[in-house]
Design a protein around this ligand. Structure first.
Ligand SMILES: Cc1cc2nc3c(=O)[nH]c(=O)nc-3n(C[C@H](O)[C@H](O)[C@H](O)COP(=O)(O)OP(=O)(O)OC[C@H]3O[C@@H](n4cnc5c(N)ncnc54)[C@H](O)[C@@H]3O)c2cc1C
Length: 448
């Protein structure tokens, strides 16, 4: 592999030479000034290049690697930074099935907490909806996992797959579509003076909500930023959480408490932006006092663990998930409100569905990167994702307001949910990913 001088990582550009279109009006490959001076003696060939090594990109890389494809996964953040994100996710049963099919669940399971019950309530209204494993006829109704735990399991698998290269830290700076392949140019962040070129049949964009690949490919999105932000923090309560998760709807926004291993809890607290920003300026004692006023004292004294952080809450949906040689998955394709903890689960399901259609194509000796195959993935996932985005949006708007007719509607809904068990089961099955078409990511191809 040759290393070449490169200055700083420019904005990602996308050229589609097939269509003779230069999407962002910058010169095409042969005349791009920063890159034409570069002499590349070696171009690495891959079947698939995945851009973004978050959980979703890593799930896709593991599944495609196990299917025997030659895969590169490019991640901009250094490993330690990526692992230290301090996030935790509610994992639904469909995501667990994906980890089982990847053969990773046994490793992950001892490090995650299970839900024995999820309790839903509306502000100070007395009616509490209690979801329990009996509603599903299963042993559990989901798990909470830390980002670090999932990432470490996925990365250890990737390291064991000889046909998968993990290129990190490195940033994709340009993609050029030529015929049935795409040239992907990287600036390696750790070696400021080097660049690397990959050639692939398919680029999978798993590069998050601000996906540079999506923007460079001129894929439009629709959506909005909510009036709320999300405060997340770890706390250690004095009493055991008893594996109970709480989702309490407050007029300011939903407030969730998720149980973690070792008695820890994760707070996901949605509040108007100004309130959330103000919370971050408080010292730990003041912050905990505010938290206690919402959380109550049923779990004894609460201790803040680490620093709270705030992230913006937005709804975003791409009008297309695929283009020739390109597929978007996870937050690159859609983002939703954190209510119900659906974000990561939708992304894992995208990754599994994309791999599923690619495997089916391979089994029929078809080109796995053809637009017709990629469109199958788009048709499969777009409507399911839109449905969940709509549901989370409706829930947020319905519960984050004090207009009396709406308060009445939602309180009736809580009665119905608690007292009519088939409806409770149906809602729970949906949140757990047990409705719709389930992807299957292993089977036809021998594991490496
Ligand atoms: C602070 C925060 C807290 C959150 N907490 C929760 C929660 O509690 N529960 C929940 O369900 N959801 C939560 N979410 C949402 C959840 O994190 C996302 O739905 C999920 O992470 C999406 O995963 P992803 O892999 O698609 O994208 P990401 O996790 O955003 O990963 C994208 C990756 O791509 C890399 N990348 C980007 N551009 C490039 C490039 N050009 N070249 C190479 N690499 C690139 C980035 O470094 C990153 O690692 C939170 C989000 C944030 C920001």
């Amino acid at each position: 592999m040759q290393t070449v001088p490169i200055v700083t990582a420019p904005e990602l550009t996308y050229h589609d030479l097939d269509y003779g279109v230069n999407r962002d009006s910058t010169p095409a490959l042969d005349s791009t000034p920063a890159l034409t001076d570069v002499e590349y003696t070696d171009v690495c060939q891959y079947d698939v290049v995945i851009v973004g090594g978050g959980i979703v990109g890593n799930v896709a890389a593991c599944a495609l690697g196990q299917a025997g494809l030659k895969v590169a996964i490019v991640e901009a953040e250094a490993r330690s930074m990526a692992s230290d994100r301090g996030q935790a996710y509610s994992l639904n049963l469909l995501s667990v099935k994906v980890f089982e099919e990847l053969g990773l669940w046994q490793r992950i399971r001892p490090q995650v907490e299970t839900y024995r019950s999820v309790q839903l309530s509306d502000s100070d209204y007395g009616k509490v909806v209690k979801f329990s494993p009996q509603d599903l006829g299963r042993e559990t109704i989901g798990y909470v996992a830390e980002h670090r735990v999932l990432l470490e399991a996925l990365e250890s698998r990737l390291n064991a797959l000889p046909n998968v290269d993990r290129i990190c830290p490195a940033t994709v700076i340009e993609t050029v579509k030529t015929g049935d392949r795409t040239i992907v140019k990287l600036a390696q962040n750790s070696f400021q003076n080097s660049a690397q070129i990959l050639s692939t049949k398919l680029v999978i964009a798993a590069d998050g909500s601000r996906s540079a690949l999506r923007q460079a490919a001129n894929i439009t999105t629709f959506g909005w930023q909510y009036w709320q932000s999300c405060i997340v923090a770890f706390i250690q309560p004095e009493h055991n959480h008893n594996q109970i998760a709480y989702e309490r709807f407050q007029p300011d926004g939903p407030f969730a408490i998720l149980p973690l291993p070792n008695g820890l809890c994760r707070i996901v607290w949605t509040a108007p932006r100004a309130v959330a920003d103000e919370m971050l300026t408080l010292n730990p004692e003041e912050f905990m006092a505010e938290l206690r006023s919402r959380y109550g004292d049923h779990m004894g004294k609460l201790t803040l663990v680490g620093e709270p952080s705030v992230f913006p809450v937005r709804l975003l949906h791409s009008t297309r998930y695929v283009k020739p040689g390109l597929a978007l998955i996870g937050d690159a394709a859609h983002c939703c409100h954190p209510v119900g903890g659906q974000g990561i689960n939708l992304g894992i399901r995208d990754a599994a569905a994309l791999v599923n259609v690619m495997q089916n194509a391979l089994a029929r000796d078809k080109d796995f990167a053809s637009l017709s195959v990629l469109k199958q993935y788009e048709r499969w996932r777009m409507w399911e994702n839109l449905f969940v985005l709509g549901l989370t949006d409706t829930l947020t708007r319905l519960f984050s307001n004090k207009i009396w007719p709406i308060v009445l509607i939602r309180r009736c809904s809580l009665w119905i949910l608690q007292d009519i068990s088939p409806i409770r089961s149906l809602v729970l099955r949906h949140m757990q990913g047990l409705t719709g078409k389930a992807p299957r990511i292993v089977g036809q191809y021998p594991k490496v």
